[in-house]
Design a protein around this ligand. Structure first.
Ligand SMILES: [Cu+2]
Length: 610
């Protein structure tokens, strides 16, 4: 509202000035309002004033010598500005959504075409032109990478087409482009060669059923995606510059998971004059440019948080038997926080995955189904398994397919399971973890209530608290800079009325607590309680520690804590690295019952946060 108001005021002042003092030097003759926006994969300036409404990167017009005013509104979360390098004019930097800045300047006296662009997003499409007088528009080069062939003035086409076939696949735990046929047959991420002026044709086929594409930034070459329904795509472009360039898959995490190779053109040595289209011939090493502005929140997003009371009853005493466990990996639009959604990768639609409960000596037959709608292969590695990959070697499963393996539970304990498909950390951070409890032969001591809680981190492109459909950010993942910390998948999920933990005074509760992570150790603590018993490291065959305040749980590890409830009230589950509380990490345990003033007597002061 404030923004609109200030625009209106600016407009009004402009109109008044124009009406009252048409000869004054301060008069704005022409005014444009632009807002920043995301269109497809590109940032644009979107016309907002009447004369240019709805036009992306509009051509602005001015008369020689007139005063021009440009108001820029930040339409998203990214940082933006507007620069007219031809006349050395630059606006302030907008850092927040809804912020505005304006530029007022005098158009040159002569006819000319002035470029304008965003200093950090020019390459992503934020540029246009201001035409003074009857100047013609400057030649605009295509800003976004597309699969068009870039014609070059300086390179003579050879008329030769070099053709390569690559197939997506897995090798030694990494995602790769596998060479098919010719010299590159059977080679992972083979070096591809071409001469300057050759046309390069790459046929990419899907060997793993997951979505992939192939991109060479320097030639602005980007293929369509292969998937389970699109078995192959073709990428063609003109190798119009000498040098060594990276080809890679641009799907989130795939390049980091291994899908990257080299394209050697000519000698492979870049000459200063070689005019490859794009970004100065650098073989860039990060992921594709991050989009800071999210799409709107997904209206169909569902609650993906597993209820902490959702776990099977105790097994108690019985003979070892065969147990069939069916897991289905499914990618779902889920609610991450108020106003924001995220595409989770899950076991059985919830985070964490289902709590599996067996006893030591059982033989478990694990079926892993990968939902037809998945964009990725998935798998499962149970830390309770004795055998290669914890089962991951037998469960790399394409969308729409099913795999299985069996294992004998040799060790009692509480164990994490997780997806182990490259990039494993990405699959875990997106929600693919759960726990299996292998009860000792005699079972566990009886308690009144049991709960199932897991901690994880989410790495979103957009900062914590941003509204919209957030995307994952593999650069932040690899840098270990999460935006969200979560219990059971979503920000503050276990602090909500639907998923809070509930018990009564006099009861003893047990929490099965694990860390999916993938990266952060939890200093698990319940504010206002002391753990009477901690099965440290989730070892159920060791004597528990007693009377513990805070216990460490590593990623891929777990603990079992028990405590008796003496006093009613609200107790808060936290990681005592409490900055994480500010990033969504808290759960409530509500305890009902009569006051117990002998143990605790006090009135609640306002603002206690408890
Ligand atoms: Cu997975």
């Amino acid at each position: 509202m404030k923004t609109i108001k200030s625009i209106l005021i600016v407009l009004l002042i402009g109109i008044l000035l124009a009406a009252c003092a048409p000869t004054s030097a301060a008069v704005v003759n022409t005014e444009y309002i632009l807002t920043t926006a995301l269109k497809g994969a590109d940032f644009v300036y979107l016309g907002a004033s009447d004369n240019i409404a709805g036009i992306s990167n509009p051509v602005l017009h001015a008369k020689p010598g007139e005063t021009i005013s440009i108001i820029l509104i930040n339409g998203g979360e990214g940082e933006h500005d507007i620069v007219f390098p031809g006349i050395n004019i630059k606006s302030g930097l907008l850092t927040k959504k809804g912020e505005t800045t304006s530029l007022t300047f005098t158009a040159p006296q002569k006819e000319t075409a002035l470029e304008y662009f965003d200093s950090s997003h020019e390459k992503l499409g934020m540029k246009g032109a201001l035409l003074v007088g009857n100047a013609a528009a400057p030649q605009q080069s295509e800003a976004s990478p597309t699969s068009t062939i870039e014609a070059s003035n300086t390179v003579k086409e050879t008329g030769v087409t070099v053709e390569y076939s690559l197939e997506s696949g897995l090798m030694d735990g990494k995602m790769v482009f596998m060479g098919k046929g010719g010299d590159i047959d059977g080679k992972a991420n083979p070096a591809l060669k071409a001469n300057v002026g050759d046309k390069v044709k790459i046929i990419l086929t899907s060997g793993d059923g997951s979505e992939h594409d192939i991109v060479v930034d320097e030639f602005k070459a980007k293929s369509e995606r292969v998937s389970s329904s699109v078995p192959s795509v073709v990428l063609e472009f003109l190798a119009n510059a000498e040098g060594t360039f990276a080809y890679y898959c641009s799907l989130p995490g795939h390049r980091q998971a291994g899908m990257e190779g080299k394209l050697v053109v000519g000698t492979g040595i870049q000459s200063a004059s070689s005019g490859a289209a794009g970004s100065g011939n650098q073989v860039s090493s990060g992921s594709a440019p991050e989009m800071a502005m999210p799409a709107p929140a997904d209206a169909n997003a569902v609650d993906i948080s597993r209820d902490p009371a959702d776990l099977p009853a105790e097994i108690g005493r019985r003979e070892p038997q065969k147990v069939v466990v069916i897991l289905e990996t499914v990618e779902v639009a889920g609610k991450l926080a108020d106003g924001s959604t995220f595409t989770y990768w899950t076991f059985n639609g919830k985070v964490p995955g289902p709590f599996v409960r067996v006893r030591v000596g059982d033989t478990i037959e694990v079926h892993l189904k990968n939902n037809m709608s998945s964009s990725m292969m998935h798998s499962v590695d149970f830390h309770a398994v004795t055998g290669p990959g914890g089962g991951a070697v037998s469960t790399q499963t394409k969308p729409g397919e099913e795999t299985k393996f069996t294992f004998k539970a040799l060790n009692a304990g509480l164990f994490v399971y997780h997806c182990a498909t490259p990039m494993v950390a990405l699959h875990i951070s997106n929600g693919m973890y759960g726990m299996i409890l292998v009860e000792p032969a005699d079972g566990l001591p009886k308690v009144d209530r049991e709960f199932y809680v897991m901690q994880g981190e989410l790495y979103t492109t957009q900062p914590f608290g941003t509204a919209g459909n957030l995307s994952n950010d593999t650069t932040k993942l690899l840098d270990e800079h999460p935006e969200y910390f979560v219990f059971n998948g979503a920000s503050m999920a276990l602090a909500s009325d639907t998923h809070a933990l509930r018990a009564k005074t006099g009861e003893t509760v047990r929490i099965y607590f694990g860390v999916g992570g993938p990266n952060f150790i939890s200093s698990f603590h319940v504010i206002g309680e002391i753990f009477d018993r901690v099965f440290d490291q989730a070892s159920l065959t060791s004597k528990p520690l007693t009377d513990v305040q805070t216990t460490l749980v590593p990623p891929g590890g777990a603990t079992v804590v028990e405590f008796k409830l003496e006093v009613p009230g609200r107790y808060i589950l936290v990681d005592h690295a409490l900055a994480r509380l500010q990033r969504g990490l808290a759960g409530y345990l509500y305890v009902e019952g009569e006051p117990n003033t002998e143990v605790f007597d006090g009135t609640t002061t306002p603002g206690s946060g408890h």
